[in-house]
Design a protein around this ligand. Structure first.
Ligand code: GLC
Length: 471
């Protein structure tokens, strides 16, 4: 049987219902699950965000006293074994006269990113906003402008959700412990409880409303021995008391399984997992997660780091992550003058051009019903009447059999297909026929998109994918 699909397509277009990764398995969510689903709604819809690592470390940009310091740019104090008393005077040099919050928001939007997570405070302890409880903040620089306030206003204007990365670890604060081993300050003078009180006051400033409604508090540095499970629970509770809607990542607590980012077994605070520089091999049933990744090899700007990933690589990563039900938080490290590196802007624009056409296959989608696909990835959305739209992300366009059409196999799928089209292609003829292992789509010889073409197919009912017979 071969079905021509174009005419039927019009019958089932219409508004798409959102659904959480949880509502298939638990029709009656618990109160805790319902609370999580409410908080995570925008996050699950967004799928793609911009990470921004920016602070004093952008000034040395990976080089200290003429020496190239290894590792990520924002780790220069630690990796260069720099004294806090030598590092902190960088504050007097921070004057990013090219900083333009609207321009940053424009770049994020150009890429199709829906949220920004910026370092309110990284491990060096420097506050990028006007903090009442610290003089190690942006108001103590020659720049004297509250960067987070300007960004918050620009995000509000541009419809971008603002979020803050906030480091628990703090290398310069006098009360933080443990001190770095080369730090000559007397550890007996440090009082960790007092440090936590200080951190909470900073968080109160950030979530007070001055910076708008904050989407995520993205904690980090929880691996230090001074941070405990009890402190994690307490901090999560404190943040929730400030705003019950704030999403909190799992680095608030001690449950994270290293760079893989998901929690070890047990009950831990935090709403979602944070794989770092890696993409999980499969989706994670019932769990929300977000892979954070650098475009080159550093988070904070480093002048020597030219190891840029290509735009097609990152587009494939975005599809891969969405096909496993996760979000992609892609980093930029602005330069000391406040500009996002040109290499990053260029790549974000290319990703954005792809998203312009294919974004509907990413935003608000859920994980693929297939364990794997030989030619690419898949995401899905629920349609009215219990039907489903699958978005097939074709990375490897099939080779032509007869020079006229190509065949794309969809292995193991047993539902009826009632419509199909390629996103962004005006003349793209497709017909579907059943084959012994599922369906075969007859598609044009030329891929509509050289990086990743997306074919949307509409199915009757929820997807049913069975085992595929060995050839
Ligand atoms: C790491 C690093 C840090 C970076 C973060 C982003 O934990 O310590 O520099 O901010 O990853 O995920």
């Amino acid at each position: 049987m071969r079905i021509a699909l174009w005419p039927l397509y019009a019958l089932i277009t219409g508004s798409l219902a959102m659904h959480s990764p949880h509502d298939q398995s638990s029709p009656q969510p618990t109160a805790k699950q319902a609370d999580l689903d409410r908080r995570m709604g925008w996050f699950r819809e967004a799928r793609f965000g911009m990470f921004i690592h920016w602070g004093l470390y952008a000034i040395p940009g990976g080089t200290w006293k003429g020496a190239d310091i290894g590792g990520a740019g924002e780790w220069i104090l630690q990796n260069g074994r720099i004294l806090p008393s030598d590092y902190m005077p960088l504050q007097a040099q921070f004057n990013p006269i090219e900083f333009n919050a609207d321009e940053w928001v424009r770049i994020a939007k150009l890429a199709g990113q829906k949220y920004i997570v910026i370092t309110s405070k990284h491990h060096d302890g420097f506050a990028l906003w006007d903090s009442r409880v610290s003089s190690f903040d942006v108001m103590g620089t020659p720049f004297k402008r509250d960067i987070l306030k300007e960004l918050a206003d620009a995000c509000a204007r541009g419809g971008i959700q603002l979020c803050f990365y906030h480091s628990i670890m703090d290398w310069t604060h006098s009360d933080y412990e443990p001190k770095r081993e080369w730090d000559p300050r007397n550890p007996d003078d440090a009082d960790f409880d007092r440090y936590v009180g200080y951190m909470k006051e900073q968080l109160r400033e950030l979530v007070s409303g001055k910076y708008g409604k904050i989407g995520i508090l993205w904690f980090d540095g929880e691996w230090e021995p001074s941070w405990t499970h009890e402190r994690g629970l307490d901090l999560a509770k404190f943040v929730r008391s400030l705003d019950p809607d704030v999403i909190i990542n799992n680095r608030v607590d001690k449950g994270r399984n290293g760079m893989a980012g998901l929690n070890n077994a047990g009950e831990w605070a935090g709403d979602y997992g944070t794989p770092e520089q890696e993409i999980p091999a499969t989706g994670l049933a019932g769990a929300d997660w977000e892979t954070c990744m650098t475009m080159n090899d550093t988070w904070g700007w480093k002048s020597s780091d030219k190891n840029w990933k290509s735009a097609p690589t990152m587009i494939h990563m975005l599809c891969d992550i969405a096909s496993k039900g996760g979000n992609f938080l892609l980093n930029v490290g602005p330069q000391p003058d406040g500009r996002i590196p040109a290499e990053s802007i260029d790549r974000l624009a290319r990703i954005g051009a792809w998203m312009e056409t294919n974004g509907e296959s990413i935003y608000g989608t859920t994980a693929s019903p297939f364990a794997s696909l030989p030619w690419g990835r898949c995401t899905q959305k629920r349609l009215p009447q219990g039907n489903t739209r699958l978005y097939l992300h074709v990375f490897d366009w099939p080779k032509s059999v007869d020079g006229v059409a190509n065949i794309l196999h969809i292995p193991g799928l047993s539902n009826e297909i009632i419509a199909a089209r390629a996103l962004g292609a005006t003349s793209f003829s497709v017909s579907a026929s059943r084959d012994p292992n599922g369906w075969s789509l007859s598609i044009p010889v030329t891929a509509p998109d050289a990086t990743c073409s997306v074919i949307a197919i509409d199915l009757v009912g929820a997807p049913r994918v069975g085992a595929v017979e060995a050839k």
